[in-house]
Design a protein around this ligand. Structure first.
Ligand code: NAD
Length: 266
């Protein structure tokens, strides 16, 4: 299937590792010019090198930008760098690190504010910055990486369970308003995908339950109908499809990529 993405330009946020990096890699494989960011210069440069190496032979650019997504001015810099380099932005994938973990009594205002800034405000600000360019070109794809918590709240991910559903509301409103400009908005909701963040969560939860990480992962995998954790590339493929011409009639929706973990109907 030709996804029709060759030559397009994408910004992928938080891409020094994990889901963001896998997504950038998948786009580059499709011939998309990618602009990637994270906070640490060394790590984002290393990620860009690895992505280039994985698509050796293809004529795609991978542009690393040092940007802290909790800072509005860094988000502006990320977007202006992409525009200066390529003259347009076709695709935006919003993503960031995970919000603080803990139960309700454990979490202070500072943790809630950190989660809101990192996961909700960064999404709002990135979309605000890219929209005018997409409107000019009458084409755009915005895909937000959220979490299974938007469909099935998780006790020790109460900040994620509270803040991320806001992204669904935002997406639905923008999907109503900007489809006339050729711009679609969708979310992906990953379940258990093996990354550094998932490993950290598994370690902390295993410790709380007094069991080994290996045993915890095995037990948690049994909750997933496909009986395993997903790989970052399995999420990335869905994002790339949503960004493609083939997904032109998919707008305002949230797609779980969780092996069937969420048991609800929607
Ligand atoms: P990860 O921790 O492996 O990677 C996070 C990336 O975000 C890194 O590149 C890091 O440098 C970057 N980052 C963190 N804070 C940043 C900031 N302020 N500015 C710029 N970059 C920043 O995490 P991941 O597993 O790839 O998850 C990505 C997102 O998806 C997270 O929000 C996570 O909570 C969510 N999620 C992940 C899973 C999963 O199973 N992996 C499941 C549900 C939701």
């Amino acid at each position: 299937m030709d996804l029709g993405l060759r030559g397009r330009t994408a910004i992928i946020c938080a891409a020094s590792q994990g889901l963001g990096k896998a997504t950038a890699e998948e786009f580059a494989r499709e011939g998309v010019q990618v602009v990637i960011c994270s906070r640490d210069r060394k790590r984002i440069l290393a990620s860009a090198r690895r992505i280039r190496a994985s698509v050796r032979g293809k004529s795609v650019s991978v542009v690393p930008v040092v940007a802290d997504l909790t800072k509005a001015r860094d988000i502006k810099k990320l977007v202006t760098t992409a525009v200066r380099k390529f003259g347009r932005i076709d695709i935006l994938v919003t993503n960031a690190g995970g919000p603080p973990v803990g139960t309700f009594p454990e979490l202070k205002d500072s943790a809630w504010e950190a989660g809101i800034t990192l996961n909700l405000m960064s999404t709002i600000r990135c979309i605000r910055e890219v929209l005018p360019y997409m409107q000019d070109w009458k084409w755009g794809r915005i895909i937000n990486i959220t979490s299974l918590t938007v469909k099935q709240p998780v006790d020790d991910l109460i900040i994620s369970s509270t803040v991320r559903p806001g992204i669904l509301g935002l997406t639905k409103v923008l999907a109503n308003q900007y489809a006339k400009d050729g711009i679609t908005f969708n979310n992906v909701a990953p379940g258990y995908i093996m990354t550094a963040r998932q490993e950290e969560l598994s370690k902390a939860r295993a410790k709380k339950r007094g069991m080994s990480v290996e045993r915890f992962v095995l037990e948690q995998s049994r909750d997933v109908p496909v009986r395993r954790y997903g790989s970052p590339s399995e999420l990335a493929s869905v994002i790339v499809f949503l960004a493609s011409e083939k997904a032109s009639y998919v707008n305002g929706t949230t797609i779980s990529v969780d092996g069937g973990l969420v048991k609800g109907l929607f």
